[in-house]
Design a protein around this ligand. Structure first.
Ligand SMILES: [Fe+2]
Ligand SMILES: [Fe+2]
Length: 130
């Protein structure tokens, strides 16, 4: 398990909490496959992981757009920063299938980004969104 439920801050928006909760399960399944070097499972779960992240980001971005939320662009920029990294690591994975590199990224980079993004940007936006 990469991220425990209590490490993800609850935000004052039920829809967003649901997105995070659904995603967390996929993140942890993917991480477990990477950590155990189960290449076949990791390969399948990598796609699921990216799809879940994109659903999460897109939904929040649409919610922000609907209410013309003032900090929408800055929030989206923080999504885009990790989108770029995910894209880079997915491309490398497709060629190298190297679980050690992905494990390092998830542990050192992604986990910190994820918990901090929710604690800062999502928490700030949550009360303004429908
Ligand atoms: Fe979020
Ligand atoms: Fe967000």
């Amino acid at each position: 398990m990469l991220i425990q439920e209590h490490e993800v801050q609850q935000v004052p928006n039920a829809m967003m909490n649901m997105l995070h909760q659904d995603e967390l399960e996929v993140i942890n399944n993917f991480y477990d496959a990477i950590k155990s070097k189960d290449i076949e499972a990791a390969d399948e779960l990598f796609g699921q992981f990216l799809a879940e992240v994109e659903t999460h980001f897109k939904t929040e971005e649409e919610m922000m757009e609907q209410v013309a939320y003032g900090d929408a662009q800055m929030h989206k920029n923080d999504h885009d920063a990790i989108r770029k990294k995910l894209e880079k690591f997915k491309k490398r994975w497709d060629v190298l299938k190297g679980p050690t590199e992905v494990q390092g990224f998830l542990e050192k980079d992604f986990k910190k980004w994820y918990t901090q993004h929710i604690a800062k940007w999502d928490t700030q936006a949550a009360p303004h969104l429908g």
